[in-house]
Design a protein around this ligand. Structure first.
Ligand SMILES: CC(C)(COP(=O)(O)OP(=O)(O)OC[C@H]1O[C@@H](n2cnc3c(N)ncnc32)[C@H](O)[C@@H]1OP(=O)(O)O)[C@@H](O)C(=O)NCCC(=O)NCCS
Length: 177
C-alpha cells in the first residue's frame, strides 16, 4: 500500500450502490475529458442516471460480475467494472476496466481496486481468469497490471482508433483459480 493510502484511512473500496448512480455518471463524464484511454468519446456517453441505476443493480445481482467504486472522504475517485461471459463456455472468464480521477493518479488507488477484484475472483466459485485489454502506450496501467501478476498474452493490432490514429492493444490475463 502506498504511503498516501497508509496515511489516508478514508479510502474505501466497495461495490457500487444504486444511490451512487448520479455521482458515478458525473465521474465517467469527468474521466472522458481527462483521458482518451476510456472506451467512450465525449459525445458518446448518453447513459441516464436511471440507466446507471439499472446497470448497478444488474452488476449486484450477477454472480460473475462486479462494479466497484473507490471513495476518498465519500467522493468517488475511482471505479472498476468486471463482467464474465454469460454462456457456459465463457462464464469463467471476463474483462475489466478501471479508471481513477487524474488528480489522484499514482497514489495506489488503481492498485487497490484491481487487488479487490482479484481477491473477489479468488473467492468466486465460477471465475477462473481475469482478462483485460490495454493500449500499448498506457505505461502506468501496464506497470500496475504486471505488478499484480497479469501476463501479456498477445497484441491486438490497430484495435483502437482515437483521434484518427490506430493504436495497438495488449491483451493481458491472470488465472485466479
Ligand atoms: C491506469 C490507472 C487506472 C492507474 O490508476 P492509479 O491509481 O494511478 O494506479 P496506481 O497508483 O495504483 O499505480 C500506478 C503505477 O504506475 C506507475 N507509473 C506511473 N507512470 C508510469 C510510467 N510512465 N511508466 C511506468 N510506470 C508508471 C506508478 O509509479 C505506479 O506504480 P507503483 O505503485 O509501482 O509506484 C489511471 O492512471 C487511470 O485511470 N488512467 C486513465 C484510464 C485508464 O487508462 N484505465 C486503464 C485502461 S486499461
Amino acid at each position: 500500500m502506498s504511503k498516501f493510502l497508509k496515511e489516508n484511512k478514508n479510502l474505501v473500496i466497495r461495490r457500487a450502490r444504486t444511490e451512487d448512480a448520479v455521482e458515478l455518471n458525473g465521474f465517467y463524464r469527468h474521466i472522458i475529458l481527462e483521458t482518451d484511454h476510456f472506451g467512450y468519446e465525449v459525445d458518446e456517453f448518453h447513459i441516464t442516471d436511471e440507466q446507471q441505476e439499472h446497470t448497478i443493480n444488474m452488476y449486484n445481482q450477477a454472480d460473475n460480475a462486479i462494479l466497484l467504486v473507490a471513495t476518498l472522504d465519500d467522493k468517488i475517485v475511482g471505479n472498476l467494472s468486471f463482467r464474465a461471459g454469460s454462456s457456459k463456455k465463457f462464464q469463467h472468464v471476463g474483462e475489466f476496466g478501471v479508471q481513477v480521477l487524474k488528480d489522484y493518479w499514482n497514489l495506489g488507488i488503481g492498485k487497490e481496486l484491481v487487488k479487490y477484484l482479484i481477491n473477489w475472483a479468488r473467492e468466486n466459485e465460477t471465475i477462473y481468469k481475469i482478462s483485460l485489454r490495454v493500449r500499448a502506450d498506457n505505461k502506468s496501467a501496464i506497470h500496475l497490471y504486471k505488478t499484480l501478476g497479469f501476463m501479456e498474452e498477445g497484441i491486438l493490432k490497430g484495435e483502437m482508433k482515437c483521434n484518427g490514429i490506430m493504436y495497438d492493444l495488449i491483451y493481458m490475463g491472470i488465472v485466479v483459480d
